[in-house]
Design a protein around this ligand. Structure first.
Ligand SMILES: [Zn+2]
Length: 587
């Protein structure tokens, strides 16, 4: 996810060029959008198309007036549950009036559908103990699909989903302070484009490492079928290492990290191996050339990696700790070197005018890993002014990482924690989560988004609220937090105004047209699997959203259209939050 100006300037060339259009138009004709906001609200029975854990609450929503419902077994249509719908409630964000069908009493493992007399039948869904493991597998494996600098093949399960090795040649851009060739192969393609960005890698990589650190026991048995599978290291860590290795290479000898490695502008909608624009290390254009936000994010991620990889690869863990320390020293020396795209560069900027929160996160992680007083002192001196960030989790979480720093301190459980800092952070985190639970319960769609949250990456924010709730549960176990996290997941997987699953190839009615080059340029009938859409965005920063009718309620400003980069792009930061949420609710 990036600022709209960079995207607008990037996407327009793809649409103007004949080659881009030739690929773009037939796709839309062959595969008409399942849900295009203004045209159809889709089926009126809204539920999680993946399913519900057997022991959790199970609620579907019905958006046309009705009285009763039945749950039927999908194999033989035998009725297994009957119920009465609740009174209607008006959802202000979508203007839907929804009635709840509560079938929490049904706990038998199986595959089912809902039937509502006079309305119709729902998508199929499952009830089971491990209902989300397949979705986790696809969502985490999607990172493998984003690998840069190597060939990728999702076969034999997805036989034609592959690309050849890409972006093998790189060089220093003049803004980097160096010159000549530096290939710097590796990392993940950031989003629908092929750039690699340290700041967004920072939040994505840190979130995934936390998913393993907190929920590793849920994930141990899940093989991702990636090249490293079977090497003795859990596959989530194998996959994250692919990106970490690239991040470490973005660190200069003086400890600072360059901001990004991209071409000068976005390429057409082509496969990655067809993109021959030079891949360049891009800096700030003047000394010290590296940026504080990128460097502090690297310090945070590498500090987490130093403890997480310790049992599996001591040398790699040690290398990460050295990198984290060097990055910390650099960021102390240069606390506020911000980044703006230098002249001639129009790829994602990931600009951030304040890197204090990145340094707070780095301090918390370095202290958590090493216990050294200097990092603790920095955190204690600075945390108080960031407590408010826990009350409103910004959708652009790559820019606001203070919650990561605060949560890291609270979860560290170190005896040398400052008692008053620890108490203040715990109190703020738990209070924020309690308010999120209350807001989720009041919302007719049972989501945590507040008024004004339907912005760029709103689905990522839904997952991020889920993350907040699961962290609160880790700090102070509370079933209501976990249930509210599950509610947010149900929204992403189909219990929404469009009755659409916002994860590709997951559920009976997933979205089909992500702003994602390998999906748009390939010849497969369906997009690459396991990818989360950005979601409804009332700010309408792209022409597709701009053409939707005026006055649409915010939750309906979405189009399943490849051209809608502001509502239908995929991105590693919200993909990581989806993985965290799935990992946390799996059993
Ligand atoms: Zn690549």
């Amino acid at each position: 996810m990036r600022d709209s100006s960079a995207e607008s300037s990037s996407y327009a060339p793809c649409r103007r060029r004949a080659t881009g259009m030739a690929r773009f138009v037939p796709l839309l004709i062959l595969l008409p959008a399942l849900a295009c906001g203004q045209k159809s609200d889709g089926p009126s029975i809204k539920l999680d198309q993946v399913g519900y854990p057997a022991d959790a609450p199970k609620v579907a929503l019905v958006s046309v007036p009705a009285r009763t419902f039945q749950v039927k077994r999908s194999g033989d249509s035998v009725v297994v549950f009957k119920g009465t719908l609740s009174a209607g409630a008006t959802d202000l964000n979508s203007r839907d009036v929804v009635q709840a069908a509560d079938f929490s009493g049904l706990r038998t493992v199986g595959t089912y559908y809902l039937e509502v007399p006079g309305v119709g039948r729902s998508s199929n869904f499952s009830i089971g103990p491990d209902v989300f493991s397949r979705t986790y597998y696809l969502a985490m494996r999607a990172f493998y699909g984003q690998r840069c600098g190597t060939s990728v093949d999702l076969g034999p399960e997805f036989p034609e989903y592959k690309h050849a090795a890409c972006h093998l040649e790189g060089s220093f851009h003049a803004s980097s302070g160096k010159q000549g060739r530096l290939d710097n192969v590796g990392g993940w393609h950031d989003a629908g484009d092929y750039g690699r960005y340290m700041v967004n890698s920072g939040i994505a990589t840190g979130t995934l490492l936390w998913a393993f650190e907190m929920f590793g026991s849920n994930l141990k048995g899940i093989k991702l079928n990636i090249p490293e599978t079977g090497n003795g290291t859990p596959d989530i860590l194998n996959e994250v290492r692919w990106n970490l290795e690239w991040m470490l290479k973005m660190q200069d000898d003086d400890g600072g990290a360059w901001h990004k490695q991209t071409s000068e502008h976005f390429c057409d909608f082509i496969m990655p191996e067809e993109d021959h624009l030079p891949s360049e290390l891009i800096g700030t254009g003047k000394p010290p050339y590296k940026s504080t936000c990128a460097t502090a994010d690297l310090a945070a991620d590498a500090a987490i990696a130093a403890r997480v990889y310790q049992p599996f690869d001591k040398d790699f863990a040690a290398r990460n700790l050295r990198a984290a320390r060097a990055a910390w020293v650099w960021a102390e020396r240069y606390p506020d070197v911000t980044f703006k795209n230098p002249p001639g560069i129009s790829t994602g900027e990931y600009g951030d005018s304040d890197c204090g929160d990145e340094r707070l996160w780095a301090a918390a992680e370095l202290w958590r890993t090493t216990g050294e007083a200097q990092y603790n002192r920095f955190f204690v001196d600075h945390y108080a002014s960031y407590l408010a960030s826990l009350r409103a989790l910004d959708a652009e979480t790559w820019r606001v990482v203070a919650p990561m720093g605060l949560w890291a301190y609270a979860m560290a459980a170190r005896p040398d924690a400052d008692p008053s800092a620890l108490a203040a952070v715990r109190k703020a985190a738990l209070e924020a989560a309690r308010k999120t639970v209350e807001r989720t319960r009041r919302n007719p769609y049972h989501i945590s988004l507040g008024e004004g949250d339907f912005r760029w990456g709103s689905n990522g924010l839904v997952a991020n609220y889920g993350m907040e709730l699961l962290i609160a549960n880790a700090l102070s176990p509370d079933r209501s937090s976990v249930e509210a996290a599950l509610d947010n997941l149900h929204y992403l997987l189909g219990r929404n105004t469009f009755s659409i699953s916002w994860v590709t190839q997951v559920g009976q009615h997933p979205f089909r047209h992500p702003h994602h080059r390998p999906s748009g340029a390939g010849h497969n009938p369906a997009p690459w699997p396991g990818l989360l859409s950005g979601g409804p965005n009332a700010d309408r920063q792209d022409p597709v959203l701009g053409a939707l009718p005026a006055g649409l309620p915010p939750a309906k400003v979405y189009s399943d259209d490849q051209g809608s980069y502001a509502s239908n792009e995929i991105c590693i930061n919200w993909q990581a939050m989806l993985v965290f949420l799935l990992a946390g609710v799996m059993q």
